[in-house]
Design a protein around this ligand. Structure first.
Ligand code: UN1
Length: 510
């Protein structure tokens, strides 16, 4: 399908207003942001940034909508989300293509991202009938104690470029069934994919007469993130992106004692034991390191390989990297697309310089690709370097396909290396030895939010809670009881006796 057709199908115009309350776009005199594709450097379309005036109008509409929406029974809200899932199935092909073109990930991964949205809709529909509270036994006679979960209000969502549509859906679909309204600030690097989502939502919301203001979009730069973080009308800000951004959002929201849900940087490793199935280990490592051109928070950045298989595995890696096809991600033959922009290419180059300075040895050398098909200047070679875990460059997350490899001799040493970074998102071990895998999964094993056995570090399913510890921010999106993050808990005690017995046996008579 030609990109013009894709854009037309998704209702994208040449210039789009960036602020919406659900089905209505707000006129804005704000700055025009142009979205260029990293695939071929061409302009996709433009979006007009939301002004402060737009933002306040959207917030007011969202507050009004919350009053009505939160009164809809949860299963009815779930029915709307079910229809969003249906609409996403209908638009999976064009939306996946747009994500691939605007962000640069392979078409398979673009479709995969939309599939992740469909999956979260399905999870949310089921959850809309299962948001249980507990009843407790009171210590006082003829008293009933129970807890209820109430909607929170407006949920602010700040999402990053690398999953331009899925991350929003993990938050919004769950927030919707909880009775919350949402205000979404997408990455200014991928604003068109967000407009497309809003158009899909509008179709469903119109058909169901969902109050205007339940699903809002505010496009623009960092300033909007600041407005949201400082805004006491937003009880919960969910932010996905860099640790640097998360520290600012987290501190600002905490400063007003609001809640934040942070899903930040990762520095994920795979331990490859001498007891591993090396074919599985190889595929998982290569997909984990080069998938999305190394721009997932779950990307495999480090391989910690047992000394007895180190050389053999290194050979396999080199051979596999030779097979990688880099190029237009919309061409299904290609494995690796471009980085998001030339600023990301600079970060990649700076990291390579730093690795060399530290004495890192190239196993597969990196470099920027030029020539036919690479005119956007965003294509780089996936590369592999032998390094030391404690080097600062290895401790940092560089959002690029740079894979670090290291040797170990004993499992506890490997686990210490895996844990010896500031981030704590995803981790895995490749082993067929049960003592090793159980050690890795125990509390003396991986310190990450995600720990896998014989699976790579990326590609988590929405059924499990997603997020990590330490500088990854501690938040969890999706997964079993994720709805609790989008609601407030209330404890209720009812006295149906004809006395007032006090708790803890306290006597008080007047
Ligand atoms: C991210 O990069 O922010 O586990 C999310 C994965 C995907 C999500 C990545 N399900 O790789």
């Amino acid at each position: 399908m030609k990109m013009d057709k894709v854009l037309e199908k998704l209702g994208i115009k040449k210039i789009n207003e960036g602020g919406s309350t659900g089905t209505k776009w707000l006129k804005s005199g704000g700055k025009k942001v142009e979205s260029f594709s990293p695939v071929d450097g061409k302009l996709i379309a433009s979006v007009t940034s939301s002004t402060r005036e737009n933002y306040d109008a959207i917030m007011a509409q969202s507050e009004a909508a919350f009053k009505e929406w939160s009164m809809w029974p949860a299963p009815k809200r779930g029915e709307v989300v079910r229809q969003v899932g249906e609409a996403l199935r209908k638009y999976k092909d064009p939306l996946g293509r747009l994500v691939s073109y605007e962000m640069g990930k392979s078409l398979q991964e673009g479709w995969g991202e939309v599939q992740e949205m469909i999956d979260i809709c399905d999870l949310a529909v089921g959850m809309s009938r299962q948001m249980y509270g507990l009843t407790m036994h009171s210590e006082r006679p003829r008293h009933r104690m129970y807890e209820q979960w109430h909607p929170l209000g407006i949920v602010g969502i700040i999402s990053s470029f690398n999953f331009p549509v899925a991350v929003w859906s993990w938050n919004s679909m769950i927030a919707f069934i909880c009775g919350d309204t949402c205000i979404w600030k997408p990455s200014s690097k991928t604003p068109i994919s967000a407009i497309a989502c809003q158009n899909i939502i509008a179709e469903v919301f119109k058909a169901n007469s969902v109050p205007e203001g339940v699903c809002c979009l505010v496009s623009g730069n960092r300033e909007i993130g600041d407005w949201m973080s400082n805004d006491h009308r937003i009880p919960l800000v969910s932010a996905t992106g860099s640790t640097r951004m998360g520290k600012i959002v987290g501190a600002t929201v905490a400063g007003r004692l609001g809640r934040s849900l942070l899903e930040l940087g990762g520095n994920n490793s795979i331990i490859i034991s001498q007891h591993a199935d090396l074919d599985i280990a190889l595929l998982a490592s290569v997909f984990g390191a080069v998938g999305t051109a190394g721009q997932r928070c779950t990307t495999t950045r480090r391989l910690i390989i047992h000394e007895s298989i180190y050389d053999a595995f290194k050979k396999k890696l080199v051979a596999a990297y030779k097979q990688l096809r880099i190029g237009n991600p919309l061409d299904e033959k290609n494995h690796v697309g471009p980085l998001i922009d030339t600023a990301a290419v600079s970060d990649y180059n700076n990291a390579l310089k730093e690795i060399k300075k530290c004495g890192g040895k190239a196993v597969v050398a990196g470099g920027v690709l030029t020539g036919k098909g690479f005119e956007s200047g965003c294509y780089v070679k996936p590369c592999i370097y032998e390094v030391q875990n404690e080097w600062q460059i290895v401790q940092d997350e560089t959002f690029a396909p740079i894979l670090y490899i290291m040797k170990y001799s004993a499992l506890d040493e490997a686990i210490a290396m895996q844990n010896g970074v500031p981030q704590g998102l995803s981790s895995s071990i490749m082993t067929l030895n049960m003592r090793e895998s159980e050690t890795f999964l125990s509390h003396i094993g991986s310190d990450c939010g995600i720990a896998n056995v014989n699976i790579g570090t990326s590609g988590a399913e929405i059924g499990g809670a997603f997020g990590g510890e330490k500088e990854t921010g501690g938040g969890r999106e999706s997964g079993s009881d994720c709805w609790k993050a989008y609601m407030r808990r209330q404890t209720n005690t009812m006295n149906w006796s004809n006395q007032l017995p006090l708790a803890q046996g306290i006597k008080f008579n007047v």
